[in-house]
Design a protein around this ligand. Structure first.
Ligand code: IPE
Ligand code: IPE
Ligand code: MG
Length: 265
């Protein structure tokens, strides 16, 4: 099976990228910091929210592309804990946009066997948003295709704090005085428990920072930072990122290329 049999290319650029992509070497988990909506709008003398609107369309396209390529998990950073610092009107708009998106797209998400998951501090979200999300997660909970993880009211440090407290609660409850945590204990208590760590982290609009995103999970992720603003991050650009990932040599602290100890000293 070739990528081009899964996706109908929109142009020559997409077609040649699809020819090159190796379906057997795709990331198991792609995480995206969708940044640059505001700058995209400002460049066009439009209000910031106009950028967020186009951003949703691009997110939809990225979801479809990853699902067609059978990438097992896609995480999108939609709203950070720190994003509450923005003007109330922008925050309200983003929450409304999310509900609109769910209402419109849920049937097709479900039809495509996609399982929707949310990570973040759900309890601090407005009630309407929380209810819609819970209903969407329930509706898709039996789906076995791609896991679409939306990071909402998410902060990486807050996630670690919540994990530590969950562990402490369990230790106290069960009187486990001799308990010692290991990496597995921590991973299993994160919001992302059960998901593979991201192999590829994409950030649009050029900022060289991780902005409190998946701090524990990206320990060995390949980073791909592009100057393209999120609303300009076309399918072709996403395919370029995937192909670039396939050209990386992942070493995990070793020497790579089968030159590990015991293989050929
Ligand atoms: C990303 O775009 C979307 C969210 C954070 C919700 P921004 O709104 O951060 O756009 P810039 O970074 O100001 O251009
Ligand atoms: C990161 O973008 C958060 C999301 C994409 C939701 P920000 O625009 O909030 O990050 P900073 O402020 O540039 O670090
Ligand atoms: Mg930003």
């Amino acid at each position: 099976m070739k990528a081009i049999e899964l996706i109908k290319p929109a142009g020559r650029g997409e077609a040649s990228l699809l020819e090159e992509i190796d379906l057997n070497r795709l990331p198991r988990h792609v995480a995206i910091i969708m940044d640059g909506n505001g700058r995209w709008a400002q460049k066009r003398h439009l209000p910031r929210i106009a950028g967020h609107r186009v951003g949703v369309k691009i997110a939809r396209q990225a979801i479809e592309t990853c699902a067609r390529l059978k990438i097992p998990a896609l995480t999108l950073y939609a709203f950070s804990l720190e994003n509450w610092r923005r003007p109330q009107a922008e925050v309200d708009f983003l929450m409304r946009l999310l509900r609109e998106y769910l209402k419109k797209e849920l049937p097709s998400i479900n039809k495509n066997n996609i399982r929707l998951l949310m990570i973040g501090r759900m309890e601090q979200l407005p009630e309407g948003v929380r209810k819609d999300i819970e209903a969407a997660m329930r509706l898709t909970s039996k789906n076995t295709g791609m896991k679409l993880v939306v990071a909402l009211n998410y902060g990486g440090r807050a996630e670690l704090v919540d994990a530590f407290n969950a562990i402490l609660d369990r230790v106290r409850l069960n009187g486990l005085l001799a308990f010692r945590a290991d990496e597995e204990t921590i991973s299993q208590n994160l919001y992302t428990a059960g998901l593979p760590d991201p192999d590829l982290l994409i950030r649009t609009s050029g900022e060289m920072r991780v902005s409190n995103f998946l701090l524990w999970q990206i320990a060995y992720a390949e980073l791909y930072i592009t100057d393209a603003l999120w609303p300009d991050f076309s399918r072709e650009k996403l395919l370029e990122a995937l192909l670039n990932y396939q050209q990386r040599e992942r070493r995990y602290g070793g020497l790579g290329n089968g030159r590990e100890r015991g293989k050929s000293d």
